[in-house]
Design a protein around this ligand. Structure first.
Ligand code: HXC
Length: 270
């Protein structure tokens, strides 16, 4: 059963959000929760069938939603998807970068092109979307008033806080994402009143990340060492996104919020 949101249903009323990777997994749950709290939703993804199913699911909950095909590795796609979002909803308030590539592979078996592919999706893709969205997110941008700028949320990970087996590409890519978050928070927070933050999820049940990357046995052991003794839910990540996207987070800029039950800093009990 889905937990009830502790936030009021209108905290994002009138807002427009664009989410890359918003059609499945954690990205979809963030789309749904932003929508349930009043935002209109545009989701960007590579697979039409996934987008169509996600848009139907959102619309069936009374959420205004559109799906836009595109690959964050292509600058032209980023430009087109942003233009379509503005055409449909008139403005952009919230950009969530949730698109990510991932697979488990020992470093010695990973080709430079495999490494580059994940850097391109996670790090360059995040920068590209932010870069192309800037003119819409600035205060006084199309459809926006001159009193406040928009919000960016970059989905990261905790893999790179230490070192993670067979994740050299993703660890490097997410380290770059965190750095992008801080640099843009500094420059665009100061110049344009745009808040830029990240969320670093721990292991979240029922996601491609966990089912593909952490076979059951490893996951059981990991849970035994976890301060809160359980997997997180996609809902937990979506609530963090709501907090950062709403006025509740109005003084938060340049932070990557870890939502992992304390897992990354834990070690086995002796
Ligand atoms: C080794 C691989 C590989 C694999 C791809 N490559 N998959 N190498 N093991 N399993 C290499 C290829 O050999 C190739 O290099 C290069 O990467 C590009 O591969 P393509 O298949 O041509 O690329 P593409 O079709 O664009 O797809 C790449 C991809 C996809 C998007 C990364 O493979 C993928 O993994 N999609 C799933 C996305 C996903 O699960 N997202 C959820 C992320 S969850 P060569 O040298 O051969 O040309 C997440 C959570 C993190 O991020 C935290 C977890 C705890």
């Amino acid at each position: 059963m889905e937990s009830r949101s502790p936030f009021k249903g209108d905290i994002l009323r009138g807002k427009v959000a664009l989410l890359t990777g918003g059609g499945s997994g954690i990205g979809f749950e963030i789309s749904a929760q932003l929508g349930k709290h009043g935002a209109s939703i545009a989701i960007m993804g590579r697979r039409k069938t996934v987008l169509d199913a996600a848009v139907s699911a959102l619309q069936s909950q009374g959420i205004q939603a559109i799906g836009l095909e595109g690959d964050v590795r292509k600058q032209d796609d980023a430009v087109r998807v942003l233009e379509s979002t503005i055409k449909q909803f008139g403005k952009l308030d919230i950009l969530v970068n949730a698109a990510a590539g991932n697979f488990l592979v020992p470093a010695e078996d990973l080709s430079p092109n495999g490494f580059r592919t994940v850097m391109d999706i996670d790090s360059v893709g995040t920068f590209t979307m932010c870069h192309e969205a800037l003119k819409y997110l600035k205060k006084g941008g199309p459809g926006k008033d001159s009193s406040s700028g928009g919000i960016i949320i970059n989905i990261s990970a905790t893999l790179h806080y230490t070192a993670s087996w067979y994740q050299i590409h993703v660890s490097a890519a997410k380290a770059a994402v965190d750095s992008i978050t801080r640099s843009l928070a500094l420059e665009w927070g100061t110049d344009y009143d745009i808040r830029v933050n990240g969320i670093a999820p721990g292991p979240i049940g029922d996601t491609a990340g966990v089912s593909k990357l952490a076979p059951d046995e490893i996951m059981k052991k990991s849970i035994e060492n976890q301060p809160l003794y359980k997997l997180g839910e996609k809902w937990d990540i979506a609530m963090a996104a709501l907090y950062l996207a709403s006025d509740a987070g109005k003084y938060i800029n340049g932070t990557t919020l870890v939502v992992d039950g304390g897992l990354w800093l834990s070690s086995p009990r002796r």
